[in-house]
Design a protein around this ligand. Structure first.
Ligand code: SAM
Length: 322
């Protein structure tokens, strides 16, 4: 693949572009723009993309990473919440890589319900730090075509996403991410490659999609158990799951039915065990409902894919190619 060094934005060009368009980075939207071409190329390489595969980028900002992806020959669908940045991006790209295959969707990634075809198979992004975990989990849930994810997040968050059971950093983001994918923390990224410079260091996390654990429980049931277990992290699972089950005794029955020691804390369980517990909790609650004469827990509709759903959330869609 031929590299075109001049396609990427230099620190001076980032400042010039922002100044010319009246962009003033806000903390609220986590706007820290990468201005180092070497870092952009490292991220693109770390993403391990298949030649020509459709990439989803959340938060393209001024286009630093977008240009890196396009330069490497990958068509990009970019979802940007900031209307000024969303309007600016197609022109920036057209000037530097004419006819590049870019589609910009102006939307909040947390509420977007449809993406234009072709559906992306990889997510590569420098995520806005304040919503990095919800954005990551939302994309894994709503874009089933995603097979690979490489995201830059706050280093501490990268540790949490990639942590395994028993580690201090293992928690809700680790367990929920593990439902969808195998996560691995990779490169550290210095704060000096951003403008403005953030207060924290960053790191890349790569995730590879896998089949969720086999269970009769829904994803929502499993996530409710994960939330309950870590909501009272210092308590035993017997105590932490008591509100969900109705009593500590019912929680104990569910845990024993799932083959889990009720005296353990949630931090010891992997996602497969959480799924087994959720299934048992459901059964225990159904049993209790039968005794009380109440209806059991409502069945959930399960996952909702983006493709083929309402296009309401898409308010801007511009092709970068002409
Ligand atoms: N990708 C660019 C880069 O690397 O220079 C910018 C990354 S900056 C850390 C995060 C970007 O996400 C900003 O452009 C911001 O406006 C955008 N953003 C923030 N919240 C968002 C959301 N909920 N949905 C979509 N984009 C969002």
């Amino acid at each position: 693949m031929t590299s075109v060094p001049s396609a990427l934005l230099s620190p001076a060009e980032i400042r010039e572009l922002a100044g010319r368009s009246g962009v003033r980075p806000t903390k609220q939207l986590g706007q820290n723009f990468v201005h180092d071409a070497g870092t952009v190329r490292k991220i693109v390489r770390a993403a391990g993309l298949v030649p020509g595969e459709q990439v989803l980028e959340i938060g393209p900002g001024l286009g630093s990473l977008t240009l890196g992806l396009l330069e490497a020959g990958h068509p990009v669908t970019a979802v940007e919440i900031d209307p000024v940045l969303a309007a600016l991006l197609p022109g920036t790209v057209r000037e530097r890589i004419p006819h590049a295959p870019l589609v910009v969707v102006e939307s909040d990634a947390l509420t977007v319900t449809n993406l234009p075809d072709p559906q992306p198979t990889a997510l590569v992004a420098n995520l806005p730090y304040n919503v990095a975990v919800p954005v990551l989990l939302t994309m894994l849930e709503r874009v089933p075509s995603l097979e690979r994810v490489t995201v830059m997040v706050q280093a501490e968050v990268a540790d949490r996403i990639a942590a395994g059971p028993g580690s201090k950093t293992y928690g809700v983001p680790s367990a929920k991410a593990a439902w969808y994918a195998e996560a691995r923390r990779s490169l550290n990224i210095s704060r000096s490659v951003f403008w403005p410079v953030p207060n924290v260091d960053s790191a890349l996390v790569t995730l590879t999609r896998r089949t969720p654990p086999a269970t009769a429980a829904t994803r929502e049931d499993v996530f409710a158990v994960v939330d309950a277990a870590f909501g009272q992290r210092r308590k035993t699972l017997r105590a932490a799951l008591a509100p969900l089950c109705g009593s500590p005794a019912l929680a104990e029955s569910a845990l024993r039915a799932a083959g889990v020691d009720p005296g353990l804390r949630g931090e010891r369980l992997d996602i497969t065990q959480f799924a087994a517990v959720a299934e048992a909790v459901h059964a225990v609650r159904d049993g209790r409902a039968g005794q009380d004469g109440h209806a059991g827990q409502e069945e959930d509709a399960g996952q909702v894919g983006l493709a083929g759903t309402d296009a309401d959330a898409i308010t801007r869609e511009k092709g970068g190619s002409s």
